[in-house]
Design a protein around this ligand. Structure first.
Ligand code: NAD
Length: 290
């Protein structure tokens, strides 16, 4: 059975690593936060460090906040690449930009290490259920060798193209998710201001064309005033910043995404950046005085 090293055991990494243990893989873990490591050790993982993991694991997975953390863990002197071995596979499942993902793939090649960029969608609930959507960038041969590992965490595991394609597909996904939450928020605030019972309206419209996974996931939480993350506004700001950087590199104007990033900045200035992105509704409530 493959030996897996898992780095980054936060909201998403914790359940994803647990699912790999449950699937029968031999899992070693590392995180800067000791209590996060201890939770995985209780679930059957072995605590490790970057150098030992690099030497021992067949497959290394990173699930870290942003590109700079992934570069650091993989490329520093006492990191994975310098201590790993040819034929090893590194799968970065974090949501980072395509330039970072392509640079990481190029650097890995110098060590004979194969990489995939394989970000996920579905949030904490699907990470817990092991039913994440996983969009993968890289070579077909690497994908074939790593499919069993990816299937341990997700249902829809799709190779969308070469290096950087997985994270680019994730950026496209984030445009749809976040603009959808913004649209739901605008609609809810309009209805609330008109004294419509939001819960009744939700049940009236959710089966029609407006219905969406976002609507079903976020409206119940908004009605409960539950903005515990989930995916924070901070994380989604990072994604939208990568979206706009990538769009500008490709000469693609994205007027709605630009505006939404400004809304995120407004929520940040208002001290709400660590709320779930369902908290976009709080921006609309404030400007409409609801
Ligand atoms: P998180 O902040 O909960 O977890 C990140 C973990 O990485 C933390 O435990 C932190 O201690 C650890 N870490 C940071 N730097 C490290 C380092 N140098 N070495 C070792 N460990 C380090 O984040 P998350 O919500 O689990 O998100 C992880 C990634 O998944 C992000 O890129 C995010 O955009 C993406 N994502 C998140 C969600 C979501 O709903 N939370 C959904 C899909 C994708």
């Amino acid at each position: 059975m493959k030996k897996i090293g898992f780095i980054g055991l936060g909201i998403m990494g914790n359940p994803m690593a647990k699912n790999l243990i449950n699937a029968g893989f031999d899992v070693s873990v590392f995180d800067l936060n000791e209590s996060s490591v201890n939770k995985l050790v209780e679930a059957g993982a072995k605590a490790s460090d970057l150098i030992s993991m690099a030497k021992e694991a067949d497959v290394i997975i990173t699930m870290l906040p942003a590109g700079k953390h992934v570069h650091d863990v993989l490329e520093k002197e006492d990191g994975i690449f310098n201590n790993g071995h040819a034929g090893q596979i590194v799968i970065d499942m974090s949501s980072i930009g395509p330039t970072d993902a392509k640079n990481i793939a190029e650097n890995a090649k110098k060590f004979g290490i194969e990489t995939l960029d394989a970000p996920v969608s579905g949030g904490e609930p699907k990470a817990i259920d092991g039913t994440l959507s996983i969009m993968v960038g890289g070579d077909q041969s690497t994908f074939d060798k790593a499919t069993d590992v990816l299937k341990g965490m997700g249902d829809d595991v799709v190779l969308v193209g070469g290096h950087g394609s997985g994270v680019t597909a994730k950026l496209a996904n984030q445009i749809i998710v976040n603009l959808n939450i913004a649209a739901v928020s605008e609609a809810l605030v309009l209805a609330a201001k008109a004294d419509i019972d939001i819960e009744k309206m939700y049940h009236a419209i959710r089966g029609g064309l407006a219905g969406s996974t976002v609507m079903d996931a976020k409206i119940p939480l908004i009605l409960d005033r539950n903005f515990k993350p989930g995916g924070t506004i901070a994380i989604n700001m990072k994604d939208l910043t990568n979206v706009l950087q990538t769009a500008h590199d490709l000469d693609v104007p994205l007027p709605m995404s630009s505006q939404l990033l400004e809304i995120f900045h407004s929520l940040k200035a208002d001290g709400k950046v660590m709320n779930d992105h369902g908290g976009i509704v709080q921006y609309y409530e404030k400007i409409a005085n609801v």
